[in-house]
Design a protein around this ligand. Structure first.
Ligand SMILES: [Fe+2]
Ligand SMILES: [Fe+2]
Length: 261
């Protein structure tokens, strides 16, 4: 990897590492870097990109847009979901042309609070980028003849999502904080893997850092805007939990798992 790229990505990573409580443990990396686990990591990565887009879509449908726009969002995601969950696309659908913007719904809110407008602006862009990442991972898997396999989710996101508060606004703030943490960890983990990857993947993972770092900041800014008050208690709470999930032994290797034996 050229020196200027390395310097550049360390700089991008700085706010992310300052935010998170810990780096990826070397015990996780020792297993993840084994060539035999590459197919599993890429498959999980592909699922994570889709889940990132789905979660943003869910936030929009639940908190910001009307039924017509909600339907547009579902249709936008449908071909990607079809690909992952049924393993094939309708022959008439070409994933490449889908990501060239014509499928991006143009959502406009005629009314709503400032945070709802921000949510729409940020999350539509985020979905677009996650679906582009999905397509990039998919092309790499195809080129390497890695078949699309079903994969179970890691404990990581689920354990955090179980702690969301029940109140309307508090629940949304928690979801946005968790979104920020997942984006930050993804960014940190891409960077941690880079030294162990072949050139093509290393370049790809470095290219992902910029958008994932921005996604982390967007989620955090949205959480602050929605709360209208300090969110540091909730951020601390979820960061402590996240550190445990990253540092304690896990049963299966996944992109966001703890160390496995
Ligand atoms: Fe992504
Ligand atoms: Fe992201």
């Amino acid at each position: 990897m050229p020196a200027h790229l390395l310097a550049n990505y360390q700089e991008l990573l700085m706010p992310v590492r300052q935010f998170l409580r810990c780096d990826t443990p070397s015990a996780w990396l020792a297993v993840a870097k084994e060539p035999e686990h590459l197919a599993l990591l890429l498959t999980d990565h592909l699922h994570c990109e889709l889940k990132a887009a789905q979660s943003a879509g869910l936030l929009l449908r639940r908190y910001a847009v009307d039924d017509v726009a909600a339907e547009q969002l579902l249709q936008w995601l449908a071909p990607y979901e079809q690909k992952v969950y049924r393993g094939h696309l309708e022959p008439s659908i070409d994933l490449k042309s889908l990501s060239k913007n014509q499928a991006v719904p143009r959502l406009r809110l005629n009314q709503g609070e400032a945070w709802q407008h921000q949510l729409v602006d940020r999350m539509v862009l985020l979905m677009k980028e996650e679906l582009h990442h999905f397509q990039q991972v998919w092309e790499i898997m195809e080129a390497r003849k890695i078949p699309l396999q079903p994969i179970t989710a890691s404990r990581y996101a689920g354990q955090m999502l179980r702690r969301i508060r029940g109140s309307e606004r508090g629940g949304l703030v928690d979801k946005l904080i968790i979104g920020a943490i997942i984006e930050a960890r993804s960014c940190e983990r891409f960077a941690a893997l880079v030294p162990f990857l072949d050139d093509e993947l290393a370049k790809f993972y470095v290219s992902l850092l910029r958008s994932e770092a921005r996604h982390f900041e967007d989620y955090l800014a949205l959480a602050e805007l929605v709360a209208g008050d300090s969110i540091s208690d909730r951020v601390d709470y979820f960061l402590d939990l996240e550190q445990k999930l990253i540092e304690t032994p896990d049963s299966e290797l996944r992109f966001h798992s703890g160390p496995v034996q």
